[in-house]
Design a protein around this ligand. Sequence first.
Ligand code: HEM
Length: 472
Amino acid sequence: KRKNLPPGPPRLPIIGNLHQLGSKPHRSMFKLSKKYGPLMSLKFGSVSTVVASTPETVKEVLKTFDLECCSRPYMTYPARITHDYKDLAFSFYNNYWREVRKMTVVELYTAKRVKSFQYIREEEVSSFVQFLKESASLEKPVDFNQKLVKLSGNVICKVAFGITLTGSKLENTFEEVVQRTMEVVGSFAAADYFPVVGKIIDRITGLHSKCEKVFKALDSFFDQSIKHHQEDESIDDDIIALLLKMERGETVLGEFQLTRNHVKGIILNLLLAGTDTAANIVTWAMTHLITNPRVLKKVQAEMREVIKNKDDITEDAIERLEYLKMVIKETFRINPVVPLLIPREASKDLKIGGYDIPKKTWIHVNVWAVHRNPDVWKDPEAFIPERFMDSEIDYKGLNFELLAFGSGRRVCPGIGMGMTLVHLALINLLYRFDWKLPEGMKIEDVDLEESYGLVSPKKIPLELVPILTQWT
Ligand code: HEM
């Protein structure tokens, strides 16, 4: 029987629609969806793909058919980086995924655990503030993304690995390794779409060697953190200590006997998922604030009113900063840092919106398109935090208009951990300092373009000069 597939653009022989992806697949897919519809078929080499681009179609994928759509497809380079799917984020939907998710949700992602790491966040943010003070005295521009990736990297490393980046194998290369890894795992790789010949293409384009380089850098860092735990038996309360107990068979993970590669796969997600995401959203927020002086002034005024000359800013202040919360939501709307989420795969034949989605079809959720849907968001390209005033819409996965963390079984488990750091970093940046553009630069010169990876960073680094204030 002929299948009623969702509509899609015409295809070229062999490559299908790959030539239409361009350098920013989320934007190209958004453009195509305007012509071909909210559920659109694309073919990449031998792989059939469907893209959901509106809140309604995304809800079908992430809620109505969550169970049937929550597995991941086999992707060559994520498989390599995760020691053949020993992680959580890229793992297929199976018993292993269920056990790891359950264990990490209980051991790591609880509100209590997040709270217990408060002192680590505050310590790291405070040394970041110290650095900003020195830059302010020298009137030296700060490269935001670089510094924030380091900040969130240090927090995650202390929380999860018991060490900081300083003195580690990634001390000088951390930002680069994280960003390159995001490019590798977010790439539309030829190896996934063209059996045999695809691997040769990736060797020619350099993707294969890029993957090997980051794999080795990450692996030696994990070896170092694991050795650190083995040498110091007093560290017995963090996630690596627990995973090593499982590896030694002292405690169990369901039916699974963990190996060293399982340990590495699981900790890989913590390092990658938690650093680039948080760092980029703070960078994007600062980008939008510096280009919207009205909003910058308003959010600073709120903070200075609420915090009122207190020098030690604690996380308790977050709850009272209503306008800051709107600024962050609006930043996520304009720059969802994971614009296509992580690809999914239909685990059986489905019918969505009257269309057939055959088993094994890859599914992309285009959050970028959802966040720019003019039927949902008036003037979608404008940065207007007030649109969230008196609105119940939040980013935690229950509103399909705003999906920065995904939704359903695969929703990001690190929302609490990530967002506490994002809030704390922004409060310290905005309460303590004023900000200006480097000498000779005007607001119109600030570039708003993103580059593509699984996480989508600002293409041209944001550089701003901190100014000391009475609150510094
Ligand atoms: C602002 C910060 C963050 C953002 C924007 C973010 C966003 C996301 C998104 C969009 C996904 C994919 C959901 C899907 O495929 O449907 C995801 C998955 C995930 N995130 Fe986060 N994340 C953040 C912080 C964190 C932190 C701090 C951690 C942990 C330390 C973390 C751990 C994970 C893990 C393990 C997954 C995979 C879940 C699974 O597949 O079961 N994330 N995140």
